[in-house]
Design a binder for this molecule. Structure first.
Ligand SMILES: *Cc1c(COP(=O)(O)O)cnc(C)c1O
Length: 393
C-alpha cells in the first residue's frame, strides 16, 4: 500500500488491515497481489556494488522474508522484525546479540522446555548465567536481579501452566536495573497481546505456533522496540545465519492474514472446553487465564484482549488418568506443538516437558495440556466427553 497524500500510512490502519497489507504491496511489475516466493540465493548487480533495493545475497535479505519481517514488526508495534528458521534459532540469535559471557538472565520457572534446555545445556556452557524465577511474582523478579542481569525473559501466558506475568510491572523493574525485558509472545500472539505497548524491549515468537497457525511450518521471529537493539539483532541474524527461508516466510505471512479471525475462534472454543472441564468430577483443576479464580486473571484482563486457545487441566486420579485421557480422544490429536487450526492434546510431563524432569521446571504428572483448535466447538466438547467416558469403563 503506497503511502501517498490521499491514503493513510499502513501503520495507521487497524490490526486486521496491517496483517493483510503491511509489507505486502502488489508486485510493481506484474500486479501480483500476494508476495512471490523469491527462491533465489543471489541478485544481479547493476555494476559493482549496484544493488537493487539493497538485495545482494539471501542470508542477508530476501524479499519474501522482508515482507514477513515488515508485517510482524507492524503487528507487534516494533521498529523492525526479523524472521528465523525456528523459535529457538531466534532465541539463540537474540542472546548472542544482547549478552556476553558473565552476564545473567532471569527466566520463567515454568519456561517452555526448549527455552529452558537452551539456557541450561547450551548458553550456560558459554558463560551465560541464568536463574529460573516465578515471574508472576514481581517482587521475586526484583530480588533475583543482580549487577550482571542483562535480560528479564518473560513468557505470558506460560507453558504449560498458563501463568501470567505483568509485562508493564516487569518492564519497570528490568529498566530500573538497566536490564532489557524480552517477552516470548508465542502463546498470546500479537492479536491478543502486544508486549511492546506495555514496555517490552524485544518480542520473541515461535511462528511455528499461532503466527503460522496451520502446523505446516517451523519458524521464529524477533521484533525490537528500538533501533539500537534492532541493529544488534540485524548484525547477528546475518552473521549467525539461522534465517527463515522464502517458502517458510511465505507460509507464515499467509498465516498472519487470518490471525485475528483464528484467535477469536480459538478463544471461543477454549471457553467452551473450559466450561465443560469445570463440570467434570474427574478434573481437579482447570487452568485458564480467563477464569476469575486464575491468580493472574486481573493482569490478563489488563494486558490481553481475550485469553487464547491454550487450556491445561489436572486429573484428580493422577498421572495414569492423565495419560489415559490424552490417548482416548479422537478429534484432539495426541501431539506436541500448539497453535494450529486443529486441536491437539498432550501430557507435558512425558512429552513437551520431559526434559525438565528433576529440574525446577518439572510439571505435575497429572497435568494435561490442550491446544484448542478452530473446529466446531461442540464437536471438541463431545470428543473430550467421550474420552472421559472411556476412562470410567
Ligand atoms: C515452540 C515454542 C518455542 C520454540 O520454538 P520452535 O519454533 O519450536 O523452535 C519457544 N517458546 C514457546 C513459548 C514455544 O511454544
Amino acid at each position: 500500500m503506497a503511502a501517498d497524500d490521499t491514503l493513510a500510512k499502513v501503520s495507521d490502519f487497524g490490526f486486521e488491515t496491517r496483517a493483510i497489507h503491511a509489507g505486502q504491496e502488489p508486485d510493481p511489475r506484474t500486479g501480483a497481489v500476494v508476495p512471490a516466493i523469491y527462491a533465489t540465493s543471489t541478485y544481479k548487480q547493476d555494476g559493482v556494488g549496484g544493488l537493487r533495493e539493497g538485495y545482494e545475497y539471501s542470508r542477508s535479505a530476501n524479499p519474501t522474508r522482508t515482507a514477513l519481517e515488515e508485517c510482524i514488526a507492524s503487528l507487534e508495534l516494533g521498529v523492525r522484525g526479523f524472521a528465523f528458521a525456528s523459535g529457538l534459532a531466534a532465541e539463540d540469535t537474540l542472546l548472542r546479540a544482547l549478552t556476553k559471557p558473565g552476564d545473567h538472565v532471569i527466566i520463567p520457572d515454568d519456561a517452555y522446555g526448549g527455552t529452558y534446555r537452551l539456557f541450561d545445556k547450551v548458553e550456560s556452557r558459554w558463560g551465560l548465567a541464568y536463574d529460573p524465577v516465578p515471574i508472576s511474582d514481581v517482587d521475586a523478579v526484583r530480588a533475583a536481579i543482580g549487577p550482571q542481569t542483562r535480560i528479564v525473559w518473560v513468557e505470558t501466558p506460560t507453558n504449560p501452566l498458563l501463568g501470567i506475568a505483568d509485562i508493564a510491572a516487569l518492564a519497570e523493574v528490568a529498566h530500573a536495573a538497566g536490564a532489557l525485558l524480552v517477552v516470548d509472545n508465542t502463546f498470546a500472539s500479537p492479536y491478543l497481546q502486544q508486549p511492546i505497548a506495555h514496555g517490552a524491549d524485544v518480542v520473541v515468537h515461535s511462528t511455528t505456533k499461532y503466527a503460522g497457525g496451520h502446523s505446516d511450518v517451523v519458524g521464529g521471529a524477533l521484533v525490537a522496540r528500538e533501533e539500537a537493539v534492532a541493529e544488534q539483532i540485524a548484525f547477528h541474524q546475518n552473521s549467525m545465519g539461522a534465517v527463515a527461508g522464502p517458502f517458510d516466510s511465505w507460509l507464515v505471512l499467509r498465516g498472519l492474514k487470518t490471525l485475528a479471525l483464528r484467535m477469536e475462534r480459538h478463544s471461543d472454543n477454549a471457553e467452551q472446553v473450559v466450561e465443560f472441564l469445570q463440570s467434570r468430577p474427574e478434573v481437579s483443576h482447570v487452568i485458564y487465564p480467563g477464569l476469575a479464580e486464575h491468580p493472574g486473571h486481573a493482569v490478563a484482563v489488563r494486558q490481553m484482549k481475550r485469553f487464547g486457545g491454550m487450556v491445561s487441566f489436572r486429573m484428580a486420579a493422577g498421572e495414569q488418568a492423565a495419560l489415559d485421557v490424552v490417548e482416548h480422544t479422537e478429534l484432539f490429536t495426541l501431539a506436541e506443538s500448539l497453535g494450529g487450526v486443529e486441536s491437539l492434546i498432550e501430557h507435558p510431563g512425558r512429552m513437551t516437558h520431559a526434559s525438565a524432569a528433576g529440574s525446577p521446571l518439572e510439571v505435575p504428572a497429572d497435568l494435561v495440556r490442550v491446544s484448542v483448535g478452530i473446529e466446531t466447538g461442540a464437536d471438541l466438547v463431545a470428543d473430550l466427553a467421550h474420552a472421559f467416558e472411556r476412562l470410567a469403563r
